[in-house]
Design a protein around this ligand. Structure first.
Ligand SMILES: NC(=O)c1ccc[n+]([C@@H]2O[C@H](COP(=O)([O-])OP(=O)(O)OC[C@H]3O[C@@H](n4cnc5c(N)ncnc54)[C@H](OP(=O)(O)O)[C@@H]3O)[C@@H](O)[C@H]2O)c1
Length: 256
């Protein structure tokens, strides 16, 4: 019982988070899942009630994060892994008239992770070990049209993961970043465009689960999507913009 591993997965009530929860529980872990919709969390809890612990939490509230983390601490006394998975997605053209929508995405995808880290990382420093997994996205590799402010927050999250990895290099706290391709979840169900190499949340969770135990900093998949996107990442601006303009012209023609 004492050696049982403890993970906290934010946004564990749906999609990738719920499937990753099931994988960790099947391996004998205790998993805390949090999110705003308790009903969704309880559906996941039915997978194994004794090992899945649910907490209602809006990660944009530092106070709520503190309360939930105190409950985790009093129940388990430690945390082995935190998966910063919860996110908000609001695609479309950048629209600076709608600042509420922009603030919501930034507050969730960026400040939400900071709020959780404030408590989880301080506990990991006290106990002297831990693992932090940021769920970012290839949407943050380069500037993209129609990805709203979402890509901006994911770019920042990858930056944050890299910085923290380096700052914690001489500790026993390991940082990782995940860049999943398109995964069929409630988040992508709102996309109206074609999503190449779309995979199931079960398959994405399997790859993330294996990555967590691989001890590699970056977990990116599928290669068929990641390799071309990484190639675009290293191109000079002039070539990147030229290729993107051609691509967007072709897409427009297809829909005319
Ligand atoms: N699906 C993809 O193709 C894809 C690709 C690349 C990266 N990702 C990333 O993968 C992660 C998981 O996404 P998903 O695809 O599995 O989508 P999802 O099913 O919509 O999961 C997002 C989760 O975040 C929670 N959440 C949102 N706002 C929250 C808030 N303010 N406080 C607490 N929880 C909040 C939601 O629960 P509540 O609404 O109940 O709070 C939901 O369970 C995200 O970080 C996403 O950016 C997904």
């Amino acid at each position: 019982m004492k050696n049982k591993k403890v993970a906290w997965i934010t946004g564990g009530g749906t999609g990738i988070g719920s499937e990753l929860t099931k994988r960790l529980v099947a391996k004998g872990w205790d998993v805390i899942i949090s999110g705003r919709r308790i009903k969704k969390l309880k559906e996941v809890q039915n997978f194994k009630k004794s090992n899945i612990h649910v907490y209602s939490l809006d990660i944009t509230s530092e106070k709520e994060c503190n309360l939930v983390f105190n409950k985790i601490k009093s129940l388990f006394k430690k945390i082995d892994l935190i998966v910063l998975n919860a996110a908000s997605y609001n695609p479309g053209h950048l629209n600076f008239e709608k600042t509420d929508s922009i603030k919501n995405v930034i507050n969730t995808n960026l400040m939400g992770q900071v709020n959780c880290l404030k408590y989880a990382l301080s506990q990991m420093k006290i106990q002297g070990f831990g693992q932090i997994v940021f769920i970012s996205s290839p949407a943050g590799f380069r500037g993209l049209p129609n990805s709203g402010i979402y890509g901006v927050t994911k770019s920042a999250l990858t930056f944050l993961a890299e910085s923290l990895y380096l700052e914690l290099r001489s500790t026993n706290i390991f940082v990782q970043v995940v860049h999943p391709g398109f995964v069929k979840t409630p988040m992508t169900d709102k996309n109206e465009f074609f999503m190449p190499f779309l995979m199931s949340p079960e398959e994405a969770a399997r790859r993330i689960f294996n990555g967590i135990f691989s001890k590699k900093f970056e977990i990116s998949f599928p290669k068929r999507l990641i390799i071309p996107m990484k190639f675009l990442k290293i191109l000079p601006n002039s070539l990147y913009f030229f290729l993107m303009k051609q691509f967007l012209k072709n897409i427009k023609k297809q829909y005319e």
